[in-house]
Design a protein around this ligand. Structure first.
Ligand code: PHB
Length: 388
């Protein structure tokens, strides 16, 4: 009897202790990274993870007062494996939030699983318009950009610089298609037009036949969406074919971000548009760059910034509920209202949960995508189809 009584006493004490400190505060928050760690986008995945971890470290290893446990899945930028990979994090590892990914085709499958399971999803890159368009949902946030945004800015700049007839070249998947769509919309505001759309399957890098076709078409300019390893190869091949001497090459900044050391001379002078640039006169950027450099012994790129901002956005939500992820509505409301003090410049989210942000024109000089000007101020994707 005494034994039973003391057991009860012990359990009651434990329960009271748990109630007074908040059970949540005892456990770590499980963050699941679903990112490409292999393939043409591998470096992008690593930069995102680095950026995310840096912000958490700066907060003493905690968000909303709780420590973080990380889980990782390599999505290989492979849409056909995306549902299984997302489920590894959600069903096997039981994560509280999924952070991913880079590839638009993969993120669309992730968004579907996140919606079906009501899991919080923070997108640190992939710009697929569908996830903040027809698929938009309270539990889906994007801390990066929509594929349309940098494309639109570049279209405007290319037109203002005299391009009337432009050939586009991309990988044939959502990111390439939507980047070209934005470019076409921007170019149209200046009276220019896209006369030919060339594509090849992702992640193919056999560009030769298409470069021959570009040379024969003699357009005023070329607009190219490629990123990571594919962007390195494309920019080098474009220069090796001598096209950089005769036909200006434009692109969203992914064409030259995180790639300049590998592209070397071939990239010099290229103009691109993006929501980040080197040489921004922003105090937060200066602090971020020196902290990133100290932690990882290299300069950050746009992907590192997006990882950092994904952690900031999640942190804003978790701070509002003191780490209690069960208070989902409050958490989401705080994320929606967040003003992110980003290295790219402060941004807020649109109703569809996507950054409203400045698009910068940049020029490659040495190993930098040097800030030139603001190409479009406070650009919001119109997010067609989102009913939130
Ligand atoms: C995408 O698939 O949405 C994507 C991938 C790489 C980038 C940008 C967009 O650099």
């Amino acid at each position: 009897m005494n034994r039973v009584r003391s057991t009860i006493a012990c359990c009651v004490t434990a329960m009271l202790f748990a109630a007074s400190t908040g059970v949540q505060a005892q456990n770590k928050i499980k963050v699941g990274f679903m990112l490409p760690y292999t393939g043409t986008y591998a470096a992008l995945g690593t930069a995102i993870e680095n950026g995310f971890r840096l912000y958490v470290q700066e907060q003493g290893g905690k968000l909303g007062g709780r420590e973080i446990d990380y889980y990782k899945v390599d999505d290989e930028s492979e849409p056909s494996k995306a549902v299984d990979n997302t489920n590894k994090l959600i069903k096997r590892d039981n994560v509280d939030v999924v952070v991913g990914t880079v590839h638009s085709g993969v993120v669309m499958a992730m968004a579907k699983v996140a919606k079906d399971t009501n899991t919080l999803l923070v997108i640190p890159n992939a710009g697929a318009r569908a996830v903040t368009g027809p698929m938009c949902a309270p539990n889906i946030f994007r801390a990066s950009f929509s594929n349309w945004q940098p494309g639109y800015a570049m279209g405007k700049v290319a037109g203002e610089r005299g391009a009337k007839k432009v050939v586009t070249i991309t990988w044939k998947y959502a990111a390439g298609d939507e980047s070209v769509e934005g470019f076409r919309d921007g170019l149209k505001t200046t009276g220019g037009e896209v006369v030919k759309e060339l594509t090849l399957p992702f992640p193919n890098v056999e560009f030769q036949a298409l470069l021959t076709e570009i040379a024969a078409s003699k357009p005023d300019a070329v607009y190219a969406f490629f990123a990571g390893g594919g962007a390195v190869k494309f920019v080098k091949d474009y220069a090796a074919a001598g096209l950089n001497k005769t036909i200006p090459l434009y692109g969203p900044g992914f064409l030259t971000d995180g790639t300049l050391e590998a592209q070397g001379a071939a990239a010099q002078g290229l103009l691109t548009t993006l929501h980040y640039a080197d040489g921004l006169d922003i105090a937060k950027d200066k602090a971020f760059r020196s902290a990133y450099n100290a932690a990882y012994k290299m300069q950050p790129d746009v992907y590192a910034v997006q990882g950092y901002d994904s952690a900031q956005l999640l942190g804003a939500g978790l701070a509002a509920v003191k780490g209690d992820t069960a208070k989902r509505n409050e958490l989401v409301a705080a994320m929606e209202k967040a003003k992110i003090d980003s290295p790219r410049g402060t941004f807020t989210l649109s109703k569809s949960h996507e950054p409203v942000q400045d698009m910068y024109l940049r020029k490659v000089e040495g190993m930098q995508n040097k800030y030139v000007s603001v190409a479009v101020k406070g650009l919001a994707d119109p997010s067609p189809g989102c009913k939130m």
